[in-house]
Design a binder for this molecule. Structure first.
Ligand code: ARG
Length: 268
């Protein structure tokens, strides 16, 4: 458990234009039904959960034709008031990058242009003083090097190996400045060894937790907001001393996203 003051600032995007019309990860089935209104109400509940915890939530306007823009975590990486913009792997999401960069520039942040494929906080997570960075499916290794240069913080590269857990934030959750939760099998053997070395007391998730995107959780250091379906992980987190709040964002899971995907932390 941590003593970190739990007030956080998040950027979110209401899923007004949410849809599943293409397939860029194994969760997405463009032939399956989806319910945009339900996605919006589930998202509103997530936002209200953050507000009830005392956090600040800024909003960026979703754009028509960008159904994945609700996944704000992919919009940037923001540490120490600096913003590293993103560059998506897939053409379907490309136009989200300038929209997020413009929001940060318009709100007075220094924005660094991304030189490589970089899907922001989907793959780059601050853990204490260091950044954990996933690669293998989306964010490139070259982007990790740029991330280290921009923020002047050590970046630890982690190899993702399971296509279902294509972004780091689907396989690993930072709980506080000292600890994480993760699914070992989502990582290469070498990366598993790195995680064991850095986080010997980590909360180990079960495959069933990961299959409901349970690791796609948002922690303020004290309370972990996670998918309500992740029952074993919820119990493990409570046993480790964290408070938990279960939220249902099952409609957004049809696009391969959970609570954390909807939430970009703005560290001023
Ligand atoms: N459909 C989106 C994609 O595949 C989901 C992004 C989820 N975001 C995240 N931070 N994991 O790009």
């Amino acid at each position: 458990m941590t003593t970190t003051a739990p007030t956080r600032r998040y950027l979110m995007c209401r899923p007004t234009h949410f849809a599943v019309t293409y397939r860029i990860n194994p969760w997405m089935d463009p032939t399956a039904p989806y319910d945009t209104a339900l996605a919006v109400s589930q998202w509103e509940n997530l936002r209200q959960t953050f507000l009830d915890l005392g956090h600040t939530v800024d909003l960026i306007e979703g754009l028509p034709g960008l159904p994945d823009m609700v996944f704000a975590a992919n919009g940037a990486t923001v540490v120490d008031g600096k913003v590293l913009a993103v560059q998506f792997r897939d053409a379907e999401r490309a136009d989200e990058a300038p929209a997020y960069a413009a929001w940060f520039a318009g709100n007075g942040f220094e924005v660094f242009e991304s030189k490589h494929t970089n899907e922001g906080e989907g793959d780059i997570l601050l853990a204490g003083d260091v950044l954990l960075a996933g690669t293998g499916f989306r964010t490139s290794h070259a982007a990790h090097a740029q991330t280290q240069e921009v923020f002047g913080r050590p970046v630890i590269t982690l190899q993702l190996v399971d296509p279902a857990y294509y972004h780091l934030d689907t396989a690993l959750c930072v709980l506080d400045e000292r600890n994480i939760a993760y699914l070992p099998s989502a990582f290469s053997p070498g990366s598993q060894a790195v995680l064991r070395r850095l986080f010997p007391d980590a909360v180990i998730a079960t495959p069933a937790d990961a299959e409901v995107l349970g690791l796609n959780a948002v922690s303020d250091g004290r309370t972990v907001v996670l998918p309500v379906q992740a029952t074993a992980l919820t119990a493990a987190l409570q046993a480790a001393g964290y408070a938990t709040i279960g939220v249902d964002v099952s409609e957004l899971r049809k696009a391969g996203g959970g609570p954390k995907c909807c939430t970009l932390e703005v560290r001023a």
